[in-house]
Design a protein around this ligand. Structure first.
Ligand code: EPU
Length: 443
């Protein structure tokens, strides 16, 4: 009989090679692009799979760095992850024995904290690193921890780690958040599926990725349901089973391509896009004067008739879903550089998410960052090529959009950040007629 697996801590992904995008701007995008599966759904679905020892199969998983990091984190705690073909992942939780999510995992990817709920729910204990802040803000996890405590967990914080245990089993309870939190809602939901009794999560975040997670949990045998727009109720089960699921389309990627078509004055058909998930952005495109047609699960953005002076400025404010996603604030700011007049931008979710605008300014945008939450953008500006640097993936994708709209060549350092969350972004743009090259930094 095989003895217990010896401890071998090894963090698998190699350090990411630094890359640069070189973009020759000023070309209208033209053609069709298919949207990939959503990063922020796929990561949570993979974490949900550890709620059972049985195999779970996911299709339409985006081939992005964050999914590869999640794979490595799961493998390191003894979960088997198979990757039989591109975009398909099979996760088999088995008898996970090393309930430790280290600092290296948290440092690489904040979303590894989503393992707190499922590991605690299934095994009754976990030691997990505090993911800390990142380039877009402080990003505390107090609400996740409070939610676990509301479900009966005992949690201590020592030396950068949360030591969490649920003597016996988690208990259903009322999880009441003082503010909307996406991953906090998801952690509470995942933990509650195996808790004893009934849980009510309120106010629950309303992002479509959470409903995708609920759908998958139901296939696993969980009794979880959104019983009101901002309320999720769960009746805990003793065990869950393996299930298969196709990841929903990435609404942030869809929105990014919609803006790309608009700022290059191109015409792009965006397929596998749920218009209903980006209504707030579509309303902005409508207000500024970009034509968008809905054709089944496709969106056709046609900006061939919109010359810069003919687009109208517009004030924007990010908000939890169904409001304008904070992840779509950076691309929307690029759009506003091409509109006539002064637009006011209010970022309500993360405190450092306007910092990237200083890079956009280097490309000729007339932007003023008033404070951590407010900026003004005057347009239309003639963007020009420049050497700029990416700090986080959403800002990075948006600098690509600015470079595509700009005259001349742009070098974007830190391009590897974009691969954390966008599948084949360079080849998707190339197929639409963009000139974009990906090079190792220093070449
Ligand atoms: N917050 C707390 N305490 C907590 C949790 C959150 O104070 O314990 C605060 C945050 O600092 C923030 C606000 O609550 O000010 C909302 O944060 P939320 O918890 O909703 O964000 P998240 O779950 O950590 C997810 C996405 C983000 C996306 C936000 C908002 C994932 C893996 N991440 O983060 O996506 O911006 O929701 O929609 O789902 C990205 O994909 O680039 C990204 C940053």
């Amino acid at each position: 009989m095989a003895g217990p697996k010896p401890f071998q801590w090894e963090f698998k992904p190699e350090p990411v090679a630094r890359e640069v995008f070189r973009i020759e701007g000023g070309r209208r995008l033209d053609g069709s692009v298919r949207i990939s599966g959503a990063k922020n759904a796929a990561l949570k679905l993979m974490a949900a799979a550890v709620l059972t020892g049985e195999r779970c199969r996911f299709t339409n998983v985006p081939e992005i760095e964050d999914v590869h990091v999640m794979t490595a984190v799961l493998e390191d705690i003894g979960v088997t992850v198979e990757h039989p073909e591109p975009n398909v992942y099979e996760v088999a939780g088995g008898d996970t024995e090393w309930l430790f999510v280290p600092l290296e995992a948290a440092a690489k990817m904040r979303a590894s904290f989503i393992l707190l709920g499922p590991l605690l729910g299934r095994f009754g204990r976990v030691i997990i690193s505090n993911p800390g802040g990142d380039r877009i803000g402080r990003r505390p996890v107090n609400l996740h921890v409070d939610a676990m405590r509301a479900l009966g967990a005992e949690i201590e914080y020592r030396n950068g780690y949360y030591f969490a245990k649920a003597p016996g089993r988690l208990r259903g309870g009322n999880v009441t958040f003082p503010q909307i939190t996406v991953m906090g809602t998801e952690n509470a939901l995942l933990a509650a599926t195996l808790a004893a009794g009934h849980t009510v999560i309120e106010p629950a975040a309303q992002e479509p990725e959470i409903d995708d997670l609920i759908e998958f949990l139901q296939k696993m045998g969980a009794r979880a349901e959104r019983t009101a727009p901002n309320r999720i109720e769960v009746e805990g089960q003793r065990r869950l089973r393996g299930a298969s699921h196709a990841v929903i389309a990435d609404r942030i990627e869809a929105g990014t391509f919609a803006v790309a078509a608009a700022v290059t004055r191109g015409k792009v058909r965006i397929t596998n896009a749920h218009a209903g998930h980006i209504e707030a952005l579509l309303a902005i495109l409508d207000r500024v004067g970009v034509a968008v047609a809905r054709e089944g699960d496709a969106l056709v953005v046609d900006a061939t008739a919109s010359e810069p002076g003919r687009l109208r400025c517009c004030d924007i404010e990010t908000a939890p879903y169904p409001g304008l996603a904070t992840d779509l604030q950076p691309p929307t700011c690029v759009l506003l550089t091409q509109t006539e007049g002064t637009s006011h931008v209010t970022e309500t979710i993360f405190e450092d998410r306007l910092e990237w605008l200083s890079e956009l300014r280097r490309m000729g945008a007339d932007v003023e960052v008033v404070d951590q939450r407010h900026a003004t953008i005057r347009g239309p500006s003639r963007l020009h090529g420049a050497d700029v640097e990416i700090g986080d993936l959403r800002a990075g994708a948006s600098l690509i959009l600015a470079a595509l709209a700009a005259e001349g060549a742009t070098s974007i350092r830190g391009a590897h950040h974009v691969h954390r969350g966008y599948e084949k972004i360079d080849s998707k743009f190339t197929e639409l007629g963009a000139r974009i090259e990906r090079l190792a930094e220093g070449t």
